[in-house]
Design a protein around this ligand. Sequence first.
Ligand SMILES: C[S@@+](CC[C@H](N)C(=O)[O-])C[C@H]1O[C@@H](n2cnc3c(N)ncnc32)[C@H](O)[C@@H]1O
Length: 372
Amino acid sequence: MKLRETKDGSKTLHEQNLDVFYHSVHGALSETRHVYGEMGLLPALERCPKGLLHVLEVGFGTGLNVLDVWSRAKKAERHVVIHSLEPSPLSWEEVSSLDYAALTDVPEEIWRTMHEVGAWQDEWMTFERIETGLFEMDQVEQIYDLVMFDAFAPAAQPELWTTPAMDRMRLALKLGGQLVTYCAKGEVRRAMEEAGFLVRRIPGPPGKREMVRATKMLNRKGRFNVRVYMIVERDAQGGGKEVLVSYERLPMGGVMKFPGGGLEWGEGTSACLRREALEELGQPVDVGPLVHISQRVHLSSFDENHQVLAVHYRATLTSEVSFDDQGELEDVFGKRVPMMHQRLGWRLVKDLNANDFHFASDREAWRAWQNR
Ligand SMILES: C[S@@+](CC[C@H](N)C(=O)[O-])C[C@H]1O[C@@H](n2cnc3c(N)ncnc32)[C@H](O)[C@@H]1O
């Protein structure tokens, strides 16, 4: 294990097998203080202003993050219960010359005991080092207020930055709890979103533009809004296929979407689609196979307390078109269509792409349909 001085004067270690550092070379202490202290622990203490704060750290390593937590808990006069996962504990001999106790203003006995015994308890902290990895730890549900995710970088330990890893950490968090980490890579953020986190990029520590804070959302006013849409296709006159779309003039502007709408209480999804056809097309449809159900989180453009779950079916007209199907997108920008009204039209499938649809749930369904 090689020692290296980082840009803020604090030292870190180099792990030779994986060829990675335990901290940012732009500043080990600055990274710990910013990512896990200011952006993680302090907001968690504010969110939970009374009682014990429960923290899970993934990657105890040298213990620097935990020492920073101890000194913040003491300053705030709070008690933090912290469990820190570490499948490959370092020895006291390997870490002691890093001088982290002095750097964080923590009595050295505490740091040493954490390494030599793997546990510590005093007025400000109950600490336990758990000598397993994230995938091997006992499965726990809704225990922690904060996850300090400090694994080695995705290039060194890709499995720890995947959706299954995020699923585990999200499960361990209480509703409203947060995960913080130094890595803001696109693929990592997508893995977090896939697991159901609300992911925000926020300013990073010195030398890094961004870091990530991911929230296990708690919304007491939250509701599911189930919407059912039809994908009606026909042969186009000039060859190829065309699909029925709806142009609607909504408060946010003119939009193109699939015809359909909200599920009513007591109605099945196919009954909903048949009713929507009668309302919007003025004629019936046969409901065909299910094409797609939203996989991602879509918050309603009308009310962010509504999470839209969109169900897209294939559907066919049971008779000749008897509605006005000459609509085009321009109609809903001008005054030709009153506010909250629609026109229907056909679009050549080969000329359409997902981004022509205004709502993300339609774009998701369109991609699924095209990739079927
Ligand atoms: C970037 S270092 C952590 C630095 C540490 N937080 C500190 O303050 O020194 C990553 C740590 O994750 C540990 N680790 C490796 N595999 C792990 C796994 N599957 N689960 C949890 N931690 C793991 C490594 O042994 C290493 O100590």
